[in-house]
Design a protein around this ligand. Structure first.
Ligand code: SAM
Length: 195
C-alpha cells in the first residue's frame, strides 16, 4: 500500500482519523507516562500526540518508508525514537508503562496475534496501560473485525479492562496491567482520592 503514496490511509488528512487519535489520547488513564511503545506507527500521527504525554516514545513500523515519514514528522520531538521492526518476531528490549496497538491487530492470524498480545502483556509494567483500537467493518485484508479482537483481548490473564469506547466504526479499549498483588490498577478518580 505504501507503494501508492506516503500516507495510504490519509491518516494526516481525514477528520475521522484525527478525531479517533484525539479520543485515544484522551482515554489514557494516567496524565503522564514514562516509556511508551507504539508498534505500527505508519506516518506518526498518533506518535506526535503520544509524545506530548510521555517522557519517551518508541514507535515502530515494518515498512521503511513509514519509519522515514514518522521520523520526519516527529523530528521536533526529541523524546521520540522510531525503528523498523516487524512484529511479533521482533520486539524491543525493556519494559513500558504504555503500549498502544492501534489499527494493527486485525492483520495477524490467531497464533501470531496471541504471541503479539503475550509479548505486550509481558513487556507492560504493573499498573501500566495497554490501549487497543480497531476498525470494526469487514475489510478483505483484515482477518478479524474490531469486535472480535476486542473480545479476544478482554479477559487475558493479568489484564483488567479499565475503559471501553464503542462506535459502529471502531472499538477502543484501555486495559490495565494488574498490580503485583493481582488487583486491578486504580482508575483516574481513585488515584486522586475521589473514591
Ligand atoms: C492501518 S495502519 C495503522 C497506523 C496507526 N497505528 C494508526 O492507528 O493510524 C497499519 C500499519 O501497521 C503496519 N504493520 C502491519 N503489520 C506489521 C507488523 N507485522 N509489524 C509492524 N508493523 C506492521 C503497517 O506497515 C501500517 O503502517
Amino acid at each position: 500500500m505504501y507503494g501508492g503514496g506516503e500516507d495510504p490511509w490519509h491518516l494526516a488528512e481525514r477528520w475521522y482519523e484525527q478525531r479517533k487519535y484525539d479520543i485515544t489520547v484522551a482515554a489514557l488513564p494516567l496524565p503522564r507516562y514514562r516509556r511508551a511503545f507504539e508498534p505500527a506507527c505508519s506516518v506518526g500521527e498518533l506518535t506526535r500526540r503520544l509524545a506530548t504525554r510521555c517522557d519517551e516514545v518508541l514507535a515502530c513500523d515494518r515498512v521503511a518508508s513509514a519509519v522515514a515519514t514518522t521520523r520526519q514528522r516527529t523530528a521536533g520531538a526529541e523524546n521520540v525514537t522510531v525503528r523498523q521492526l516487524t512484529l511479533p518476531d521482533e520486539w524491543p528490549d525493556g519494559s513500558f508503562d504504555l503500549i498502544v496497538l492501534s489499527e494493527v491487530l486485525y492483520y495477524f492470524a490467531a497464533r501470531d496475534l496471541d504471541r503479539l498480545l503475550d509479548r505486550a502483556r509481558t513487556a507492560l509494567e504493573p499498573g501500566g496501560s495497554l490501549v487497543t483500537v480497531h476498525w470494526n467493518h469487514p475489510v478483505p485484508e483484515h482477518l478479524w473485525t474490531g469486535t472480535e479482537i476486542a473480545d479476544r483481548v478482554t479477559g487475558l490473564p493479568g489484564l483488567s479492562l479499565l475503559a471501553e469506547h464503542r462506535e459502529a466504526d471502531f472499538v477502543l479499549q484501555v486495559h490495565g496491567r494488574d498490580l503485583a498483588d493481582g488487583s486491578s490498577p486504580p482508575g483516574p478518580a481513585e488515584r486522586e482520592g475521589l473514591v
